[in-house]
Design a protein around this ligand. Structure first.
Ligand code: NAD
Length: 260
């Protein structure tokens, strides 16, 4: 299988895009370290499903806003599954509020999770990739790495930031067999999107249907949510040898949003 013998860490993989990506990598035989919050029995059942791909599967509940927990998770992954060949920095959070009302602690959390955690994971995973002369780093950015929406200042800042970091690291390791890219989805139907509907209703004074049609899908010319499996398939493609010339890229999957 494509990824037999390779080890992947997918952050934020108990839900949404990360879960779909972990499934896609595991189905190709990779050992996968899952990460993210959730009910223990649900996580256990996810691990059981992923093991059917033949790789070793484990879960680490590290809170990625704490660098010490990231370091411990990466050390544990190396011990239990092998050093990381494929790092998918995917965990992220959102909060919607006007900038002059934005809770300061939420700014700190969003930047810590969406931008600083990928920095720590990259700096800690890279030395083993360099030793092996092979690696894939895939960052889940967003259409908000390219364009903005109101009331999302820290999210947009973090996603523009990760797109910039992606380019910089890609240049540093370009000759070492390691590619570094980001995937920028538009609106994907996941709990993260569903959970922001009440905030959008409150801040914009809209009904649920109006938020879906006039705010979320208004940006997407296809008028369709992106599917998690579509994002996962792109991540899997980036792991192939055929993708070895793709590095430093910010690949949009946004139903045409940022073409406008
Ligand atoms: P989701 O809410 O379904 O999943 C988020 C995951 O991150 C979960 O596994 C959760 O447990 C984990 N997580 C949250 N806080 C964490 C923390 N402190 N430490 C460790 N794990 C933590 O979200 P999703 O929609 O699948 O989003 C995944 C990524 O995709 C995010 O970076 C998000 O910004 C990005 N994205 C999402 C969309 C969308 O429309 N859903 C669009 C563009 C980009």
């Amino acid at each position: 299988m494509l990824l037999s013998g390779k080890t992947a860490l997918v952050t934020g993989s108990t839900s949404g895009i990360g879960l779909a990506t972990a499934k896609a990598l595991a189905a190709e035989g990779a050992n996968v370290m899952l990460n993210g919050f959730g009910e223990p029995d649900v996580i256990e059942s996810i691990c059981g499903t992923l093991e059917q791909g033949g790789g070793k599967i484990a879960h680490d509940g590290a809170d990625l806003t704490d660098p010490a927990q990231i370091e411990a998770m990466i050390a544990r992954t190396a011990r239990e599954l092998g050093t990381i060949d494929i790092l998918v920095n995917n965990a992220g959070m959102q909060h919607v509020a006007p900038v002059d009302e934005f809770p300061v602690e939420k700014w700190d959390l969003i930047i810590a999770l969406n931008l600083t955690a990928p920095f720590h994971a990259i700096r800690l995973a890279l030395p083993a990739m360099k030793r092996k002369g092979w690696g894939r780093i895939i960052n889940t950015a967003s259409a908000h790495s390219l364009v903005a929406s109101p009331n999302k200042a820290p999210y947009v800042a973090s996603k523009h930031g990760i797109a910039g970091m992606t380019k910089s690291v890609a240049l540093e390791v370009a000759k070492e067999g390691i590619t570094v890219n980001c995937i920028s989805p538009g609106y994907v139907w996941t709990p993260m999107v569903e959970n922001q509907i009440p905030d959008q209703m409150r801040t914009r004074g809209l009904t649920r249907e109006q938020v879906m049609e006039d705010v979320l899908l208004a940006a997407q010319p296809t008028k369709q949510f992106v599917q998690v499996d579509q994002v996962a398939a792109l991540a899997l493609f980036l792991c192939r040898e055929e993708a070895s010339a793709i590095t430093g890229a910010n690949i949009s999957m946004d139903g045409g949003w940022t073409a406008q």
